[in-house]
Design a protein around this ligand. Structure first.
Ligand code: SDX
Length: 393
């Protein structure tokens, strides 16, 4: 007999927090980082500037930017011994599984940046994570396709360096295309931070216990992996490939509306946005730019996605529930065009989101009032009862 009684916690959840980093107005479809609209940052800034802004609260001047870029550039290499970590995985391991393992293991190598009470160590850990994520993601990809690891180059910008490490082979350097590098950089900006989403809240909760930053980011990567969160970009591509042709769109729209059908329109809907995700608009524009540059103007997946959006936004169900495309709806199409397999899409999201996680982690650690996170519950289990001997059960 389960007696039902509710527990009045009489407290505000410790999972909520104050933050000055990112603001979202879900009804307006507004997203800003430290007061700057995402549209302005995506158009006029670059990922290194946005990293500096998220970490330090202000856009850097030229001297500050040069120093920051130098610090990141000179942390891009991974300890050579970490190569053995990759070799322990099966070749067909999902890149996110590799990333979780390798990032968590960084604390086994970089002991000089794990003391969270030391601001200098926190800054070094922040730089190391931002700098090494592209190297780790590229190595995960190389390992999965059986190609040798490619080292970072200090003469390349952040996005170009990542494309180089991913697509160069000993026999032939990847040919840097400024249009494609700019698109990659913009994709990183669009994914950099997003307030207290599931993975950022995971990083904050893990960090509130005093865990080292590498372990906290590994926790964030694990949370982001889920298809309801960062795994959605991979799921969108698989959904579009399953739909296959615009004539089948109505069938899938009906399935998305059917409560008995677990199918959801991937890349649509959001916990906070009840309007168009501003990142999705910028992402769609990037799609067109990249496909034009690659001479793939009539990419069928993009046309299918745009038709799916058009039909969904005309449907009462999606209008009543305020379901709009989110950041993941178009990102997979541009990532596929850039040459990435779908298995790498969420790893790229994690690469870009690392700066947001680490900025939010620093903000929490620097808060003098910070305490360990301890969300409570509304208990709805059995009321108090005596223990029965086994013969009476
Ligand atoms: C990200 O939090 C963040 O900021 C995350 C993120 C970030 O940058 O960190 O923005 C990144 O994770 C974007 C979201 C990526 N996920 C997907 O695209 C997966 C598909 N989307 C759904 O799973 C869903 O929209 C969620 C998980 C994103 C949100 O789910 P909720 O909390 O149920 O959304 P809701 O409360 O607004 O839903 C309202 C209704 C519900 O039905 P009812 O219970 O009212 O009957 O709409 C339904 C939902 O079931 N619904 C959908 C739907 N999304 C919500 N129905 C069909 N297709 C969908 N995509």
């Amino acid at each position: 007999e389960t007696g039902m009684f509710t527990y009045d916690p009489g407290f505000t959840s410790t999972a909520s927090c104050d933050s000055a980093i990112t603001y979202i107005d879900g009804d307006e479809g507004l997203l800003m980082h430290r007061g700057y609209r995402i549209e302005d940052l995506a158009e006029k800034s670059d990922f290194m500037e946005v990293c500096y802004l998220l970490l330090h609260g202000e856009l850097p001047n030229q001297q500050e930017k040069d120093k920051f870029v130098h610090n990141i550039t000179y942390h891009t290499m991974l300890h050579e011994q970490m190569n053995y970590f990759f070799r322990g995985f099966r070749r067909d391991s999902h890149p996110m599984a590799v990333m979780v393992g390798v990032v968590g293991a960084l604390s086994a190598f970089y002991h000089d940046s794990t003391d969270i009470t030391d601001p200098h160590q926190r800054l070094i850990a922040s730089h190391r994570l931002i700098a090494k994520m592209p190297t780790i993601a590229a190595m995960a990809y190389k390992y999965s396709v059986g190609q040798p690891f490619v080292y970072p180059r200090n003469d390349l910008d952040y996005a170009s360096n990542f494309l180089h490490m991913t697509f160069s082979v000993p026999a032939e350097e990847y040919k840097i295309n400024p249009v494609l590098s700019r698109a990659m950089d913009r994709i990183f900006i669009l994914h950099a931070d997003h307030e207290q989403n599931a993975s950022t809240s995971t990083v904050r909760l893990a960090g509130s216990s005093g865990a080292n930053p590498f372990a906290c980011i590994a926790a964030g990567i694990s949370s982001l992996w889920g298809p309801a969160h960062g795994g959605a970009n991979e799921a969108v591509l698989r959904m579009l490939e399953e739909i296959g042709h615009k004539d089948r769109i109505p069938e899938f729209i009906e399935r998305a509306k059917d409560k008995d059908d677990p199918f959801r329109l991937m890349g649509f809907g959001h916990r906070v946005y009840k309007n168009y995700d501003p990142r999705a608009k910028v992402m769609q524009k990037s799609c067109h730019e990249v496909l034009d540059e690659l001479g793939l103007r009539n990419e069928p997946l993009l046309e299918l996605a745009m038709e799916l959006e058009r039909i969904a936004l005309e449907d009462d169900y999606f209008n009543e529930k305020k379901l709009f495309p989110n950041v993941d709806f178009y990102s997979g199409i541009v990532l596929k065009a850039l040459g990435f397999p779908t298995s790498m899409f969420t790893a790229l999201f994690a690469l870009a989101r690392t700066v947001g996680w680490i900025a939010q982690w620093n903000e929490m650690i620097e808060d003098p009032g910070q305490r360990i996170g301890r969300p409570r519950q509304l208990y709805n289990g059995s009321t108090l009862r005596d223990y029965p001997p086994i013969e009476q059960r």
